[in-house]
Design a protein around this ligand. Structure first.
Ligand code: BES
Ligand code: ZN
Length: 621
């Protein structure tokens, strides 16, 4: 307790000192509980990577040269590392070997790297090599790719995994520009979250630049047999050659989305916007790596019905990449804003009835998550306290959908016209900076509330951000499209056979709503009839299949066993894996089947997904 108080005093003094300093326009950045770095003393402003990618050794090795700004004349640079071998550290321009040490290993956080620096030091060059099981890196055998001939490598740095492949100040409150020279086998292409090539180099050497300052969680690299196809003047798609046609067809509306986004909240500031469709083990739907969104191939439904994921990752070019959550406790500032913005892009490109279906589905997910966590759980608050926990625990429908609904609520209270100007200014005025929840509240007060107490009460800000559960001021969402679906569900419930339901013109989202509106558990006869009428087990749409398979497990509909196993082994998207394994784990027989499938599938999952499933099945690594 005593040391805790002292920390608070020290931190507050530091904050007061910072906020009083006239030379800095930088906002007050709180201490990041997930980083060993002390950027308020010495901050990394530029990173240069010179790395060789070895598929044989499953290793990146070379040098990271960090340009620093020693604001306080501190004697040490503190960095985050995890599972890596540090070989040598040199100070520049002194060109002198540095004294350095690695701290004890802390679970999740890794090891602190402390480098003694001189007052004259401008750069610190670290020679290092990654570990074969570096959590950010997934090394794929040729068999795990679509072409089957070449290996593949991709990174996933968010939230705190960048430190497993680059020694850095691994917190979202620090921004740096970067450049890189990456040597890969000559028959492969390398891409980063930076300026990118579109064709292979003869030597396998690639150079990259990212001139806009970004936080470390947006560092990204992908290496493989990758083709490129433009889909717009400043956008294109990368994928394995056998996937490129399908992928570029599916994502053809990207330019339209960029234009819609710019019209809403200002110019796209990252020059190009490309998307790489990765092999199926990619653990997320998408990852907003700047200039190059990483995406799962499970969005390739063949009818462009799952492209709101692109709207989401694109929206992060404003909410997240331009204005970044200061720490992972403010994660909703990234994901809630982005989910709101995603919906606005979809409204602009597909119309309100479409975006209201998306909003309704999100609200249903949110209600289910609040019910699951319990409406008094601290994890249902927008502002989180993840100290001592994995920031991954904050990744839930709360940050995404409660966050988005909060902004929708504000929009409805102030009116769209005023709201859109407000939000655009928020992005402009905080561009290339990190922000806290509290800064956002202050900004709301200054720009919208302006001392009007009655209005402040209506906005209900405290309840939305700092209280658990769902506030009483939750917006009402009505989807006329879904009312049609509900009508058919009622028919079915009163005994109409599935074949007699009127489903003409239903799209992916109607079907998703239909499946969610059915009871969790059905009788075998009901499952058989639904499957015979609508062919769910054979669905090529990953979202529909995922919901159907969950019902199949809950209902013990064993005819879907084959499809279930192929789905669990054929892709590694955590959002799909988690509920299916969790459903299986509910019965002893299901648990045994889950373990048998997992034994085969685990080696092909990314560590992000494997860690989650380990937890569900009680496996120790
Ligand atoms: N930035 C997230 C993915 C992420 C969050 C990775 C936290 C690691 C830690 C990305 O923008 C995202 O939200 N992806 C979603 C897709 C989306 C349409 C909701 C996903 O992967 O499901
Ligand atoms: Zn996101």
């Amino acid at each position: 307790m005593i040391s805790m108080n002292r920390t608070i005093v020290v931190v507050s003094l530091a904050l007061i000192a910072l906020s009083c300093s006239p030379s800095t326009r930088q906002a007050v950045v709180p201490r990041d509980p997930h980083s060993f770095a002390r950027p308020e003393e010495v901050v990394v402003t530029h990173l240069h990577l010179d790395l060789t990618v070895s598929f044989e050794r499953r290793q990146l090795s070379g040098t990271a040269t960090l340009t620093i700004d020693n604001k306080t004349g501190a004697p040490q640079l503190l960095l985050d590392t995890r599972d890596m071998t540090i070989e040598a550290v040199t100070l520049l321009p002194e060109d002198k070997a540095a004294t350095w040490s690695l701290g004890e290993t802390v679970p999740l956080l890794g090891q602190r790297l402390a480098v003694d620096i001189a007052p004259t030091t401008k750069q610190v060059a670290i020679r290092y090599a990654t570990s074969p099981n570096a959590a950010a890196l997934q090394w794929l055998e040729p068999a795990q790719t679509s072409g089957k001939k070449h290996p593949f490598l991709f990174t996933q740095s968010q939230a705190i995994l960048a430190r497993t492949w680059v020694p850095c100040q691994d917190g979202p409150g620090v921004r740096m520009t970067y450049s890189a020279r990456i040597q890969v086998p000559p028959d492969l292409l390398a891409l980063m979250s930076a300026s990118n090539p579109t064709v292979r180099s003869r030597t396998g050497l690639y150079e990259f630049r990212m001139d806009q300052p970004i936080p470390s969680y947006l560092l990204a690299l992908a290496v493989g047999d990758i083709a490129f196809k433009p889909v717009g003047a400043r956008s294109g798609v990368y994928a394995e050659p056998s996937v490129i046609e399908k992928a570029s067809w599916e994502l053809a509306d990207t330019e339209k989305m960029i234009e819609a986004a710019e019209k809403l909240y200002g110019p796209y500031r990252w020059e190009r916007y490309d998307i790489i469709v990765l092999p199926p083990s990619f653990p997320f739907g998408g990852m907003e790596n700047p200039r190059l969104t990483f995406a799962t191939p499970t969005i390739l439904a063949g009818d462009r019905s799952l492209v709101s994921l692109v709207a989401h990752e694109l929206a992060h070019s404003w909410s997240g990449n331009l204005v970044t959550n200061a720490t992972w406790n403010d994660f909703w500032l990234n994901e809630g804003f982005t989910t709101y913005f995603e919906n606005r892009i979809m409204e602009a490109t597909e119309g309100r009835p479409y975006s209201e279906m998306l909003a309704q589905l999100s609200l249903q997910d949110l209600r289910a998550t609040v019910a699951e966590l319990g409406d008094t759980s601290a994890m249902t608050k927008l502002k989180l306290d993840l100290e001592g926990r994995d920031p991954d625990e904050g990744v839930s429908d709360i940050a995404y959908n409660k966050g988005a609904l909060f902004l929708r609520h504000l929009e409805e209270k102030v009116g769209r016209e005023v709201w859109d100007i407000f939000l655009r200014n928020w992005f402009d005025e905080h561009a290339f900076r990190s922000s806290t929840t509290e800064e956002f509240v202050t900004y709301l007060q200054k720009k919208l509330i302006k001392g009007n107490q009655k209005f402040e009460k209506e906005l209900d800000i405290h309840a939305w951000i700092y209280e658990s559960g769902l506030p009483t001021t939750l917006p009402v969402i009505t989807s006329e499209e879904f009312k049609r679906v509900d009508g058919e569900v009622d028919q079915w419930k009163s005994g109409a056979p599935p074949k007699q339901l009127s489903v003409t013109g239903w799209t992916t989202h109607h079907w998703l709503h239909f499946l969610k509106a059915l009871p969790d558990q059905l009788t075998i006869q009901q499952m058989v009839a639904l499957d015979a009428a609508f062919g769910f087990t054979r669905s090529g749409n990953s979202e529909i299949l995922a919901l159907w398979l969950q019902k199949a497990v809950a209902s013990d509909y064993r005819k879907a066993d084959g499809a279930l196993e192929s789905f669990l082994t054929g892709q590694g998207r955590r959002k799909f894996l988690r509920p299916l394994y969790a459903e299986l784990a509910k019965t002893p027989d299901g648990m045994a089947r889950a373990k048998a499938i997992y034994a085969k599938a685990r080696p092909s999952y990314h560590s992000v997904s494997a860690n989650t499933i380990d937890g569900i099945l009680g496996e120790s690594k």
